[in-house]
Design a protein around this ligand. Structure first.
Ligand SMILES: [Zn+2]
Length: 553
């Protein structure tokens, strides 16, 4: 661990504009201590060293994902994700894989299947699952959460057989003869199974995402999801390292953040964490910070996160003009201005930053208004206050971001997911939506992230969207409002240096410079030389964190 690590023969893009590209670098005790040509670096070597011959490969600073909900993501890994699968056979395959990694008897959960996505659009049955699983009970939630698909063992363990009557408000789907359950349970019949799920292997109680779509009554029902949350977090952090992420900005409540702090101080989370707390008073957060001894190398407290409005998808993003497809609807804001003002002032005076979720143009305008007003009242020095998402602005508000020194924290993949929906709801106003380049041109600090698990975590894919403004399928030709495209260098900068700037860590990470932390990635192909479409196939082949290789393909 104390050995030097030398990377040579590479195309090392530093994201430091005074020395943009070097051939080799030297890492000692977790830091970059030399940069230069192969010869220059080799002359610096200790006796004891390890090396990576890059063979011309590209090295970048480790990605910093500036907006994630990490525990939420980890929890989603406990069940099998069956969303958007094209056939029943492919679903069964996923179950088979999970079964092979699970101990017998353990309940296997999954969610998100939808027979309408399949080539053959008929309801599945228990016999499909029995073929791949005869030792574990299996429970798979349909996408809408209103049905489950189970195997014979799950039925048996739940005491469901030919004699079992349908519960009130529920249905046990049966064979045409009207007796034998086929393994599909609807509505209240779901609980016949859920209540039998053994709790002894369960270390965490989780609301299944699909359950939140159930009726109001059952919304409160928590199921004990199987699996250990700590294992899920470790798997989640591995998945992040695999796509080149070395730091995250996590947006979650105190209980969840504490789990991460705990694992991080045990050295079990290969990520640096910068935390924003939801649902907490600034004074309480301040007290928490005073009374906890955090490992500063791995954990940093950012401040408070607030929601100002809703989302585009649910037509609750707060807009100046009504939605094109619903002239009575302007969306909604979820907080009062005075309350936001109080919280920002209180947080900032305690030295805590704030991050405020604002999607609609009116939400962004009002947040800028509030902040402008605050700046007239108090002096804010050196804080890194930010707005999350910034999906659509009025033209005059771009420059205000710069004037007020607010960071725009955006998620490129939202464009790919949302553009068709945005056209329906925002029409011509889309001209000023996801307008990354316009912000950069105005000198605004633009930091990038995934919003995982809302979107899949993968910065490379975000880079592709940032420079093409197209979906992965290539739609639309020429890009969606292509004037807001970034150059590849700008997009990488927003995923590295700007992430470090946002957490006021630009002196220690975010670019490859002497004295900075050795958080680096090596890519499979030279992304600066291939076509934008091919960027989607680029893989991370090494992730180096604190000078240690934490992932290799
Ligand atoms: Zn989010």
């Amino acid at each position: 661990m104390n050995k030097d690590l030398i990377l040579f023969n590479g195309n090392i893009y530093t994201m430091n504009f005074s020395k943009p590209k070097v051939e080799a670098l030297l890492i000692r005790k977790g830091k970059i201590i030399a940069l230069g040509t192969n010869e220059e670096i080799k002359s610096n070597l200790n006796m004891n060293y390890e090396f990576i011959d890059l063979k011309g490969k590209v090295v970048l600073p480790g990605f910093i994902d500036s907006h994630v909900h990490f525990l939420n993501y980890a929890k989603s890994l406990i069940g099998i994700n069956l969303n958007n699968i094209e056939s029943k056979e492919a679903v069964i395959d996923k179950v088979k894989t999970r079964v092979s990694k699970s101990k017998p008897e353990v309940w296997i959960l999954g969610y998100g299947w939808n027979e309408n996505d399949w080539r053959v659009k008929t309801l599945p049955s228990k016999s499909d699952l029995d073929k791949v699983c005869d030792k574990n009970p299996v429970v798979l939630f349909r996408k809408d959460g209103h049905s489950i698909w189970v195997n014979s063992i799950a039925l048996k363990k739940s005491g469901i057989n030919e004699q079992t009557l349908d519960p009130a408000g529920g249905k046990i789907v049966r064979e045409p003869d009207g007796k034998k359950p086929i393994g599909i349970l609807k509505e209240n019949a779901i609980y016949l199974v859920l209540k039998k799920i053994k709790t002894e292997d369960v270390k965490d109680t989780v609301m299944t995402p699909v359950l939140t779509s159930l009726s109001d009554d059952s919304k409160k029902t928590k199921i004990k999801k199987l699996g250990n949350i700590n294992d899920a977090i470790k798997l989640a952090s591995k998945n992040f390292n695999k796509v080149g992420i070395t730091s995250i900005h996590n947006m979650e409540n105190m209980d969840r953040q504490k789990i991460l702090f705990d694992l991080n101080s045990k050295g079990e989370l290969n990520l640096r964490v910068y935390s924003f707390f939801e649902k907490i008073e600034p004074e309480d957060l301040n007290d928490f910070i005073k009374n906890i001894d955090l490992d500063k190398k791995w954990i940093k407290i950012g401040g408070i996160k607030l929601f100002y409005d809703g989302s585009l998808g649910s037509r609750t993003a707060w807009m100046v003009e009504p939605y094109d497809d619903n002239k009575d609807n302007h969306g909604m804001k979820v907080m009062k201005e005075a309350e936001v003002e109080r919280l920002i002032i209180s947080a900032n005076q305690l030295g805590l930053n704030f991050a405020i979720h604002a999607i609609g143009d009116r939400a962004n305008k009002e947040v800028l208004d509030i902040y402008e007003k605050i700046l007239r009242k108090i002096k804010i020095k050196q804080l890194r206050n930010r707005v999350e998402h910034v999906q659509i602005l009025r033209e005059e508000d771009f420059i205000r971001f710069k004037k007020l020194n607010l960071i725009a924290s955006m998620q490129p993949y939202h464009l790919a997911s949302d553009m068709k929906m945005a056209e329906k709801g925002w029409g011509k106003r889309c001209r000023w939506s996801y307008a990354w380049n316009r912000l950069v041109k105005n000198g605004v600090h633009l930091t990038f992230g995934s919003d995982c698990p809302v979107e899949t975590v993968n910065p490379i894919r975000d880079l592709y969207v940032s420079i093409t403004r197209r979906g992965e399928d290539g739609y639309p030709n020429g890009g969606w409002y292509p004037e807001h495209r970034l150059t590849l260098e700008q997009a990488i900068y927003s995923y590295t240096y700007e992430g470090a700037y946002a957490s006021a860590d630009e002196d220690i990470k975010g670019s490859i410079e002497i004295g900075k932390l050795a958080d680096l990635i090596v890519l499979s192909d030279d992304i600066f030389k291939i076509s934008p479409k091919d960027i989607l196939d680029v893989k991370v082949i090494h992730t180096i964190l604190d000078g240690n290789i934490v992932y290799s393909s």
